[in-house]
Design a protein. Structure first.
Length: 259
């Protein structure tokens, strides 16, 4: 509404209140090997679910601890955080490392879109006229996997961050079986995305803090571009991004008992 007021986005022809569907679209379920989250579930709803009790989903606890103010944690919705489609969408960053998809429903039926393909550009999700997000879903992680989320800013709790990252890792002993890493933004387009080059660098190797240090210092400077604004320079954001990724990877591994 603030963006509409300030004429930064085009006002919609109609504004529809969908809170009447709260009972149908606010849930967290494990069904047939998938985690399913209703689009109207709030961060508080997630905090009362398995997503905050099981180490395979530990990154959700991290997002909760850094997500805006306490009042926002009761008011914001997962669907809304995704549809906002910006580098400030914390759950969007985390859900990237779970290979999440979104279920969209509209007057012409239903479709499921991978999260990586949903965001066309900043503040522009691939939503057709008459279409809404009804569900977020992702494969249930295996035993031996965990995740972490890091958010840096001048204050410990803030809506926006200077450098946000999420990591998901699966280990067999100390061998990295699978790893996924995402950032609030990997380029000047300012939308969240995966660090595929860094993931490929780490997969199949034996975990060590030295490996994480070497990989991040080598790969991120050549695969990530950060913008400058009144808040911080691109150079500072890049340095903080490296710190953020190192910490999220090490935290996820610590949760698996190898640090």
């Amino acid at each position: 509404m603030i963006l509409i007021r300030d004429k930064r986005i085009k006002p919609p022809k109609y504004l529809v209140d969908i809170l009447r569907f709260r009972d149908q679209l606010s849930y967290v379920r494990l069904e047939n090997g998938y985690v399913k989250i209703g689009a109207l579930a709030t961060p508080w709803d997630l905090s009362q679910s398995i997503l905050h009790r099981d180490e395979r989903f530990a990154g959700f606890r991290d997002v909760w601890s850094k997500f805006g103010t306490m009042s926002l944690r009761f008011m914001a919705t997962i669907g809304g955080n995704i549809a906002t489609a910006t580098d400030f969408s914390d759950y969007l960053v985390l859900l990237h490392v779970y290979n999440a998809s979104v279920r969209l429903r509209g007057v012409n039926g239903e479709r499921v879109v991978p999260l990586e393909k949903l965001i066309l550009e900043r503040r522009k999700p691939d939503l057709k006229p008459g279409e809404i997000i009804t569900e977020v879903l992702f494969p249930e992680p295996p035993v031996g996997a965990s995740s972490a989320f890091e958010k840096f800013d001048r204050r410990s709790i803030l809506v926006a961050g200077l450098a946000n990252s999420a990591s998901y890792i699966q280990l067999e002993g100390k061998r990295i079986i699978d790893v996924r890493i995402s950032l609030d933004t990997t380029g000047l387009n300012r939308i969240p995305g995966r660090l595929r080059e860094l993931e490929d660098y780490l997969k199949g190797r034996e975990f060590s803090a030295e490996l994480i240090e070497k990989a991040v210092e080598e790969v991120i400077p050549r695969s990530v571009a950060k913008y400058s604004d009144w808040w911080a320079s691109g150079e500072y954001r890049l340095e903080m991004t490296k710190v953020s990724v190192k910490r999220s990877l090490l935290k996820a591994c610590k949760r698996l008992g190898v640090v």
